[in-house]
Design a protein around this ligand. Structure first.
Ligand code: TXA
Ligand code: MG
Length: 325
């Protein structure tokens, strides 16, 4: 079992462990992260080992200031605009790697780009105290649902790490939105905590999605963010052996006979639903149902990111393409 310390008592121990090249699970406003000093290759390698990631996929590098970010990547006008508006916060920018960046190449898996995010709260304080950027994927073993509480990290990774910093339930509950800037052209690589509508409003134009025929972020692979129990979408009737993932006032027929019910947001609020998504999936995954049946969720604002995660959880489980984050 890992030690769990609350944020107001954790910073010294976390800094000491990180300086020693260890990984520490930390809260961020999106989901819990499994953090290591991004400039230390062995520490970064420990992240992959701890998650059991099948191969080295690029990680998000977290910074505490814009100055730190600009030492690692080249910002053009578009990148600057988005960082001004959304940092600190749930937006990750994939930008050209700066020459002589101190970040270890394993963080970017050898790519010429780097994914950067400036988090809020404890994570930012920790980076400032350490004085180095932190590489941090979501704190879950490869292929599992992201952790949104210290307990979720403990039950998944607790026997593999020393320290979990407890910041309470993650405020947003979904991973960051990832935008790649290619020659000034922004592309959405992963919907997440910042609604696409808000980004497009700042850009003054619509954004393209991904890149045709090419996987740009492993988070875009189909089977991902998956509970162990199979999941089906757009459920309007529930079988007795199924668990219901509801949204709003329960509409699905047979809900009263369901093996278990978890409601993303009884009032139909998309922010609440995002914050509750992974905890609800964990909860339903534990009841031994044959299937998790998910009611439809509206596809605007944070609903787009929720539906993205649900459809990945519902995708066929092909072990070849399965889950790298
Ligand atoms: O909210 C979040 O983003 C959380 C918290 C901890 O910050 N982190 C997170 O990290 O979700 P992870 O490793 O689970 O997902 C990072 C995603 C992966 O899909 C990865 O492929 C993509 O970011 N990524 C990282 N660097 C990239 C790059 N240079 N080009 C394209 N995609 C990249
Ligand atoms: Mg992940």
């Amino acid at each position: 079992m890992a030690r769990i310390l609350p944020t107001d008592r954790a910073i010294e121990d976390a800094v000491t462990l990180l300086r020693g090249g260890h990984v520490v699970a930390i809260p961020t406003e999106t989901v819990y992260g499994l953090a290591a000093d991004a400039t230390n290759g062995q520490a970064v390698a420990r992240i992959f080992e701890t998650k059991g990631r099948p191969r080295f996929n690029p990680l998000i590098c977290h910074v505490s200031t814009r100055e730190m970010a600009e030492r690692l990547a080249v910002f053009d006008t578009t990148a600057g605009k988005l960082a001004d508006r959304f940092w600190p916060g749930p937006l990750t920018l994939v930008l050209p790697l700066r020459e002589n960046s101190p970040v270890h190449p394993l963080v970017s898996a050898g790519l010429q780009t780097i994914a950067l995010r400036m988090p809020q709260g404890f994570a930012a304080e920790l980076i400032a105290r350490l004085g180095e950027p932190l590489a941090a994927p979501s704190a879950n073993s490869s292929g599992r649902i992201s952790a949104t509480s210290a307990d979720a990290v403990q039950s998944d990774l607790g026997d593999r790490i020393e320290l979990i910093v407890d910041g309470g339930p993650s405020r947003i509950g979904l991973e960051s939105t990832i935008v790649k800037i290619d020659d000034g052209r922004p592309r959405l690589l992963r919907p997440g905590g910042v609604p696409v509508e808000e980004i497009e409003a700042v850009l003054g134009m619509p954004m393209e999605s991904g890149v045709a025929g090419k996987i740009q972020a492993p988070g875009m692979m189909t089977s991902h963010y998956a509970p162990a129990t199979p999941l089906r979408l757009n459920a309007n009737h529930i079988g007795p052996d199924e668990a219901l993932l509801a949204f709003g006032p329960v509409r699905a027929a047979g809900a009263d006979l369901a093996k278990a019910v978890a409601n993303l947001s009884p009032t139909g609020d998309l922010r609440d639903a995002a914050a509750n998504l992974y905890a609800c999936l964990h909860q339903l995954d534990a009841v031994g149902a044959s299937m998790i049946a998910a009611e439809p969720v509206p596809n605007h604002d944070l609903g787009a990111a929720i539906n993205d995660r649900l459809s990945r959880a519902a995708a066929p489980r092909d072990t070849e393409t399965r889950t790298l984050s």
